[in-house]
Design a protein around this ligand. Structure first.
Ligand SMILES: [Zn+2]
Length: 536
């Protein structure tokens, strides 16, 4: 992948940056960077003697920046049993039987993306059901949100989970009325089982990263915020796998590393094996410490200030109490690590905001702080968040999957003020878009479509959910391109196609402005370029 030293792309529509589109445009590149972007005539008059390529009326955009996804998990999921389309016990039975038959040498049967809200009974299957397939091999079916899993008796035994096993910190073991575990595991309890599974070596990890990276480039993603340090037992193994991947693979998205920690011991270790927020280079930038504060709406573990309507008495759970969170943030800021806190429910978001305000050492650190998801909010909370101008890394595509749950599970005020990206943005929060893949499909065009239409996968409701929160296309594109590079502190050299920027861009078959929102996700990403070299 040697960058073409000089090249002019012409006869195309170019989105240079927010609000600046060139209809009959051209882009001049030299040594992997943009030299000029503008009207074709103007560019050709200055760079007409450089080698050129006619793009035949297609459209150029900056490469997408997905600000938060699980890179390694995405790679493993590309080869695991996908249960996302299953909507009954019978269908589940057939899928598992085929998997066991076709992978009879596998030591573990791993299913992913199981979505029990599609089942008539809206409950995950308990261990007795899974034991009917095998009592010798562990079977683990992870819920679509990854915050819960259904496992068989062999998996429980492997993890030593018995009647008198206490719930782990930040997790819950599902039980029958007599106290025996029923095979359902929530949040950190899932890890009790995962931690006992055989683990791949560093070069296997790197091979999985390579699969994920290739998949992202095909979707036009040239920069990505990744959260996988804890996907293996030892964070240093994953760091080594990233290095191995960077050294071996030339065509890969630029990585922004979110560094997951649970407690101060993890933080201390991180200071020895990794580097603080903002260090690194164009290939790999060390990002924030990522801290989980609650679960998900799907698993009814997002921490709300009121009960779930369909589960009275349950308000979800904070995975760290306010004092512990504050202490962890104080130490993080002191060591140069900005926090990125996973908070979905309004109670978790409020707790995160308070802790950030009380711990940040200065205004700059405060404004760099991030809340990942920031999903279920109330009017007062939206104003408080906006006032501090902190970041929200949000997932527009969640609307497509979560809308029905919002109606069934949340009180009126939460329903009316959730996924409120327009309100959050007007209030002063800084937003960046992401997919949270593999929880949702990685294609950024799904997210952009969802931000514009605010409809679910079936196109409902017709006017969109909270239509006042709809975004305009150019704004949605900004949140999937420029915003991510601001979030990682790299806007001076990537995120747009203005002169001086890295030539990371994609070629679309049509101008997205000419399409109805519902058709955006059908748009083909035909080519992807990194620093001026074509990689897809
Ligand atoms: Zn995530």
């Amino acid at each position: 992948m040697t960058p073409e030293a000089r090249r002019v792309y012409y006869n195309c529509t170019v989105r240079e940056k927010k609000g600046t589109w060139w209809e009959d445009g051209a882009l001049a590149l030299e040594n992997g960077r943009v030299v000029a972007c503008g009207e074709r005539e103007e560019i050709i008059s200055r760079y007409g003697d450089w080698p050129g390529r006619d793009l035949k009326d297609r459209t150029l955009l900056s490469g997408f920046n997905d600000a938060h996804l699980h890179f390694y998990q995405l790679g493993t999921d590309l080869t695991a049993l996908d249960l996302s389309q299953v909507s009954s016990r019978q269908e589940l039975r057939e899928k598992i039987e085929v998997e066991i038959e076709s992978k009879h040498q596998a030591e573990v049967i791993m299913g992913i993306r199981l979505n029990d809200s599609r089942f008539p009974e809206e409950r995950l299957p308990e261990r007795a059901f899974l034991d009917s397939f095998s009592t010798e091999k562990p079977i683990i079916l992870r819920r679509i949100c990854y915050h819960a899993a259904a496992v068989n008796s062999q998996a429980l035994e492997l993890a030593g989970i018995e009647k008198d096993t206490a719930d782990p910190e930040g997790g819950k073991i599902g039980r029958y009325p007599d106290g025996r575990p029923n095979g359902l595991l929530f949040d950190s309890a899932v890890e009790l089982v995962l931690d006992e599974l055989p683990e791949p070596g560093i070069s296997d990890l790197a091979a999985t990263l390579e699969l994920a990276g290739k998949h992202l480039l095909e979707q036009g993603i040239t920069s990505v915020g990744i959260d996988d340090l804890r996907a293996v037992r030892r964070a240093e193994d994953m760091l080594a796998a990233y290095q191995n991947y960077l050294n071996k693979t030339e065509a890969r998205p630029r990585l922004y590393l979110q560094q997951r920690i649970k407690n101060t011991a993890d933080l201390e270790k991180l200071t020895k094996i990794s580097r603080p927020t903002g260090e690194g280079n164009e290939d790999l930038r060390y990002g924030p410490v990522k801290i989980m504060l609650d679960g998900s709406l799907g698993a009814r573990t997002a921490a709300l200030s009121t009960s779930y309507l369909d589960d009275p008495g349950n308000r979800g759970e904070l995975l760290l109490n306010a004092d512990n969170l504050r202490e962890l943030l104080k130490r993080s800021y002191r060591q140069g690590f900005i926090p990125a806190i996973h908070a979905i429910g309004d109670r978790a978001i409020k707790t995160a905001l308070e802790a950030i305000k009380k711990s940040a050492q200065n205004k700059k650190m405060l404004k760099q702080s991030q809340i990942i998801h920031c999903q279920l909010t109330r009017p007062g909370l939206i104003n408080e968040l906006g006032r501090e101008q902190i970041w929200a890394v949000v997932q527009p595509v969640f609307i497509k999957s979560d809308r029905q749950m919002v109606k069934k599970r949340l009180d009126q005020e939460l329903q009316q003020n959730s996924f409120a990206w327009q309100s959050l943005s007007r209030a002063g929060m800084r937003l960046a878009f992401s997919s949270d893949a593999p929880i949702e499909p990685v294609n950024p065009l799904y997210g952009i479509e969802a931000a514009l239409s605010r409809q679910d996968w079936q196109g409902r409701p017709e006017q969109g959910f909270l239509p006042q929160e709809k975004l305009k296309l150019d704004h949605a594109l900004e949140l999937y391109t420029e915003a991510g590079s601001r979030l990682s502190g790299e806007a001076r050299f990537k995120g747009s196609l203005s002169p001086g920027q890295l030539a990371d861009f994609i070629v679309l078959e049509e101008d997205p402005r000419q399409l109805k929102a519902a058709n955006l996700s059908k748009l083909k990403i035909q080519e992807t370029f990194l620093a001026g070299s074509r990689v897809v």
